[in-house]
Write a protein that binds this ligand. Structure first.
Ligand code: HEM
Length: 440
């Protein structure tokens, strides 16, 4: 075969393959739109093939939360509507009854298109099949049962010493900075203290020095891993992004993840040794993970145990730190709330050097403030699930294996359930307040 013929054949084949892929994708997109044609959907402003991606990104660029866009669309299309992101349909359900239906009554699974992304990031195992990203529902249920005890009140009550300790360290660090001139980024400080507490209480790691050392490698690695994850989620075509700076950023994220996973591995090996040698060890999350790995249901190897440890770090740190940061922001914006909080703390805690679990349960107003912060700015705005069977919501049939978005941010700002939802008002959670739907 002559070189020219070979070249023509090669170009023809490439062209045909590209055409087939395009036709397949177009067919799939049309099919997806057809499948959900009975459910209301906001008008697509940009390219039909891209679906609502343009609207979503434009809204985010204005610095607004996507959940607010869902609330806007709710007014026009009702509480159940479908949005399209290229080849995917996402049914947005803004009804509390469906949250209960999917998470409590009927079986649902985690959609791979979202949760699967957490498994491996830029080719490096991230949280793998940990509790958060476990896609096999049977495996998830067993793991969840086994890893539930550390979330119970009794377990948390025993950790007061550690909370006091880390808070004390943060205060002493802030005192050093309090010269009237140095700016302190409190979101960063809360990130550090959340990390410090989780490392201590969940994994017995008490030598990380994250509070006093801004450049502590552990802290940097967690931040870099999270940055890498966000970059990865927003960059579907990363494999063909050969730009030098992109490659360098990906490599940095991979290294951070390896660093974190290595630390988790060391923790696991040390604890296994402690258990084997009959030394004293705490019944913390790490012990539960190791015990689960050895149970008949668990049967986890080292990689899977590391997945679980890394999951707890990532899931627990960011959310807790955000809750603290938002609380700080809200009390800064509302001096009257700050004053009331201060009065309560002065009255109940006063000059006590160590705070007990009982003291915390007496801080009623503070509890109201935290509840209101969780309502007003929930650190995790929503979740997604897939229904195992067809379900009917508001008269619409949602076909089995649909991606269903549940937004507690949107529900928390919904006038049907809250009086003046845009107002930050901790008092709304008082027992005697009847202005919101308590069942909700
Ligand atoms: C204010 C603090 C927190 C908030 C608002 C929060 C919120 C959430 C939400 C909404 C989910 C469900 C995610 C989904 O299914 O897509 C979740 C899952 C999870 N969270 Fe948290 N979380 C907080 C603190 C923590 C802490 C302190 C830990 C551990 C140390 C933790 C560990 C986890 C784990 C392991 C999961 C996966 C559970 C499963 O799928 O069974 N979280 N969290």
């Amino acid at each position: 075969m002559s070189v020219t013929r070979f070249f023509v054949l090669f170009v023809g084949l490439v062209f045909l393959t590209a055409l087939s892929v395009c036709l397949y994708l177009l067919g799939w997109v049309l099919y997806i739109h057809w499948k959900y044609r009975h459910i209301p959907s906001p008008k697509i402003m940009g390219n039909f093939f891209m679906g609502h991606i343009t609207e979503l990104t434009e809204f985010e660029k204005k610095g607004r939360h996507l959940s607010m866009l869902f609330l806007k669309w709710k007014k026009e299309y009702g509480t159940v509507f479908v949005i399209f992101t290229m080849n995917r349909a996402i049914v947005v359900c803004l009804e509390p009854s469906i949250v209960k239906e999917l998470l409590v009554n009927s079986r649902s699974t985690k959609p791979a298109a979202l949760y699967g992304k957490f498994h491996t990031v830029f080719g490096q195992r991230f949280v793998g099949n940990g509790l958060f990203s476990e896609l096999n529902n049977d495996h998830w249920e067993k793991k969840r049962k086994m890893l539930n005890p550390p979330f119970k009140r009794k377990y948390l009550m025993d950790l007061m010493y550690q909370y006091n300790n880390s808070t004390e360290e943060l205060i002493s660090y802030l005192k050093l900075k309090a010269d009237g001139k140095t700016e302190v980024h409190m979101a960063h400080e809360f990130n550090k203290v959340a990390l410090d507490i989780i490392a201590k209480v969940a994994f017995g790691l008490d030598n990380l020095n994250v509070i006093h050392d801004d450049d502590a490698p552990f802290c940097q690695a967690v931040a870099q891993s999270m940055k890498g994850l966000m970059h990865y989620i927003r960059t579907p075509f990363w494999k063909v992004d050969f730009r030098k700076e992109s490659q360098a950023a990906m490599e940095k994220s991979r290294k951070a993840m390896i660093f974190m996973r290595n630390i988790a591995e060391k923790c696991i090996l040390n604890r296994i040794e402690d258990i084997k040698e009959g030394r004293n060890y705490p019944e913390d999350i790490l012990t539960h993970i190791i015990k689960y790995s050895r149970s008949k249901d668990g049967m986890m190897g080292m990689e899977e145990m590391i997945d679980e440890c890394f999951t707890f770090f990532i899931a627990g740190q960011e959310t807790t730190a955000q809750l603290m940061s938002y609380t700080f922001e809200m009390i800064g914006r509302h001096p009257e709330i700050y004053k009331k909080l201060q009065e309560e703390v002065d009255c109940i805690i006063g000059e006590k050097p160590v705070i007990s679990y009982d003291d915390i349960s007496k801080l009623e107003y503070m509890t109201l403030v935290f509840k209101e912060v969780l309502r007003y700015t929930p650190p995790a705005a929503g979740i997604q699930r897939q229904n195992v069977e067809d379900i009917i919501i508001n008269g619409y049939k949602i076909p089995a294996r649909s991606n269903i978005a549940l937004s507690h941010y949107s529900l928390s700002r919904d006038e049907r359930f809250w009086d003046k939802p845009e107002e930050f008002n901790p008092e709304r959670f008082r027992e005697d307040n009847t202005s919101f739907d308590k069942e909700f």
